[in-house]
Design a protein. Structure first.
Length: 136
């Protein structure tokens, strides 16, 4: 970033695009604001054009970082979707979902556990039973 105003500005911008694919949304937003503001005008225009165009990286190195970021995003989306499904089943059945149960379900990072909870949510008589059945 210290060299963004020099000749390396464009290379820095392209490197940022590759690296940002592996960042969570919040960090990507922060750096997405910070990096362009540290680049020279030509590099900033190039970076903005690449960001808008959906540029696909040519190097295997950059593509691997993009793929890692996409995979991480898919995994997080899958976890969130399954957690929401657990809660939706409980709520659709008219069961009260205490905050502690909701937090535990939303915090789970285990797909197999969430799959079990989705099935169990259809049978439990109380939301707390969901956690008791797993030893949590």
């Amino acid at each position: 970033m210290a060299h963004g105003q020099g000749e390396a500005g464009e290379a820095i911008g392209v490197a940022f695009l590759a690296a940002s694919a592996g960042l969570d949304e919040e960090r990507r937003a922060v750096y997405g604001d910070l990096v362009p503001s540290s680049l020279n005008a030509a590099a900033r225009r190039t970076l903005e054009a690449l960001m808008k165009s959906g540029y696909e990286f040519q190097s295997e190195f950059a593509r691997s970082y993009v793929e890692k970021g996409l995979e991480k995003g898919r995994q997080e989306g899958l976890l969130e979707g399954k957690a929401q499904a657990v809660l939706a089943v409980l709520e659709a059945r008219g069961l009260e979902v205490p905050g502690e149960v909701r937090e535990r379900v939303l915090a789970s990072t285990d797909l197999a556990e969430l799959d079990r909870w989705i099935r169990r949510a259809a049978a439990v008589s109380d939301a707390w039973e969901l956690l008791a059945m797993t030893g949590s």
